[in-house]
Design a protein around this ligand. Structure first.
Ligand SMILES: Cc1cc2nc3c(=O)[nH]c(=O)nc-3n(C[C@H](O)[C@H](O)[C@H](O)COP(=O)(O)OP(=O)(O)OC[C@H]3O[C@@H](n4cnc5c(N)ncnc54)[C@H](O)[C@@H]3O)c2cc1C
Length: 407
């Protein structure tokens, strides 16, 4: 019999296991897949590293700082700010406090008034005030309502804030919680967006490598959670003193019907190999036109060279809209659209692969920090669906449940 069985080897389950073992408690992680990491995965295709969807680590995440060795991950940073495609040209919008050389270009960019651009700084200061607990106990509105309340004008919202925040929340409508807005602003203010040199999967791989040998059992999907035992799809029964269900929200509510169902935000991520980088800088490019399929573009190999083989560039494109049609026809539409942004050289791009991720981010309202509640006596749930849908939320939720189990 295992002391604690954790169902799911995503970031929540792995962090839970790390915390338990750090306190001397034995545990077993049962992961359905052959690979750990859940939604944080990287495929290797023709020498390119393809993350399952465009994803970044915000280095200020407190739980990531507690559990990850950033140096060993070889983190590569995005520069702050973005390029915004609108009015038929690409415009630079940077944080002048971090990139003073970009001040003039930022001031001139047709993405809002000077006052709008100054308001980014005041929003960041507001987001940094007080503790994280205080931030998560602020009255909650939608992110869009909060931006209006902060005084941003329509051009700033439509050309910059909607594509930027929409790409983070995977929600163009910006109906995510204002607390998520303030949390994200705070994390950007206190750190950087970064990816590991070896791809996002290096994060769960590093968490798993820190566990005692034999802790993770891969290819072990759990079919049922009962009192004091879990049953695998194979029929095998594993007794456990304590059980933590750390799957995605939809699976968790199937295994534990006491939990409410999870609604999801979706995204399609397309990857192209390009002979030359269309951007040439580690920066996000946003669609500020309000038209077309594309929301944001990043050249991953400009951020971390290991994402592409020598002499090639890896372009990642995120689409938040529904994408009817087969993958090849959507890739063709995206390529045609980006020819408008980057010129005829885009026709030389080679489409590598698309990821349609139907269950990317759970919709969470109200948005709170994880307060672990035993779903049944001796059975807990952990995961981003119970708190902020993010790497921080998943890891913090795993930690909080480990503490509850230890208590
Ligand atoms: C496209 C995309 C972009 C994102 N961008 C960002 C970003 O930029 N920054 C950020 O902070 N966050 C981002 N996120 C969110 C972040 O990746 C997730 O919040 C986090 O990885 C969730 O971790 P989790 O452990 O809660 O769940 P999951 O990652 O879903 O892990 C659950 C695990 O349980 C396993 N499992 C499922 N069913 C069973 C079963 N029956 N038996 C055993 N095991 C099972 C799964 O295989 C999986 O390994 C993004 C997510 C996606 C998909």
């Amino acid at each position: 019999m295992s002391d604690v069985v954790i169902v799911g080897g995503g970031l929540a389950g792995l962090t839970c296991a790390r915390r338990l073992q750090a306190q001397g408690r034995a545990c077993l992680v049962l992961e359905a897949d052959e690979v750990v990491g859940g939604r944080v995965r990287t495929d290797r295709v023709d020498g390119f590293q393809l993350d399952h969807g465009f994803q970044v680590l915000l280095t200020a995440y407190p739980a990531a700082q507690r559990w990850l060795d950033y140096d060993a991950l070889g983190l590569r940073r995005f520069s702050s700010g973005a390029r915004v495609w609108c009015d038929g040209a690409m415009h630079l919008v940077s944080d002048p406090t971090r990139e003073p050389a970009d001040l003039l270009a930022t001031m001139k960019a047709p993405v809002g008034t000077l006052a709008d651009k100054m308001k980014i700084a005041t929003l960041r200061s507001a987001a940094r005030a007080g503790t994280l607990d205080e931030l998560f106990s602020q009255p909650e509105t939608t992110a869009l309502e909060a931006l209006h309340a902060h005084g941003f004008g329509p051009t700033m919202i439509e050309r910059f804030l909607r594509p930027w925040l929409g790409g983070i929340f995977l929600d163009e409508s910006l109906t995510a919680s204002s607390r998520m807005l303030m949390f994200v602003m705070r994390m950007f203010a206190e750190g950087h967006a970064a990816v590991p040199e070896a791809g996002m999967q290096a994060i769960p791989d590093q968490l798993a490598a820190g566990l005692a040998p034999g802790t993770v059992r891969r290819g072990a999907p759990v079919a049922a959670v009962g009192d004091g035992a879990v049953t695998l799809q194979s029929g095998e029964r594993i007794a456990a003193g304590r059980i933590v269900v750390a799957t995605d929200g939809t699976t968790a509510s199937r295994l534990l019907p006491e939990l409410p169902p999870t609604a999801w935000r979706h995204v399609t991520c397309l990857y192209f190999a390009a002979p030359v980088s269309p951007i040439g800088a580690p920066v996000l490019a946003l669609n500020g036109t309000g038209a077309g399929l594309v929301n944001n573009v990043a050249v991953m190999s400009d951020v971390a060279p290991g994402y592409a083989p020598p002499g090639q560039a890896l372009v990642s494109v995120s689409v938040l809209k529904d994408t009817p049609g087969d993958d090849a026809s959507v890739a063709g539409q995206v390529q045609a659209e980006l020819t408008g942004w980057f010129g005829p050289a885009v026709r030389d791009w080679r489409w590598l692969r698309s990821y349609r991720i139907a269950r990317a981010l759970p919709v969470r309202w109200p948005l709170e920090r994880p307060a672990p509640v035993a779903v049944r006596p001796g059975v807990w749930a952990a995961g981003d669906f119970l708190t902020t849908p993010s790497i921080q939320g998943a890891m913090e939720s795993g930690e909080a449940v480990a503490d509850a189990v230890l208590a």
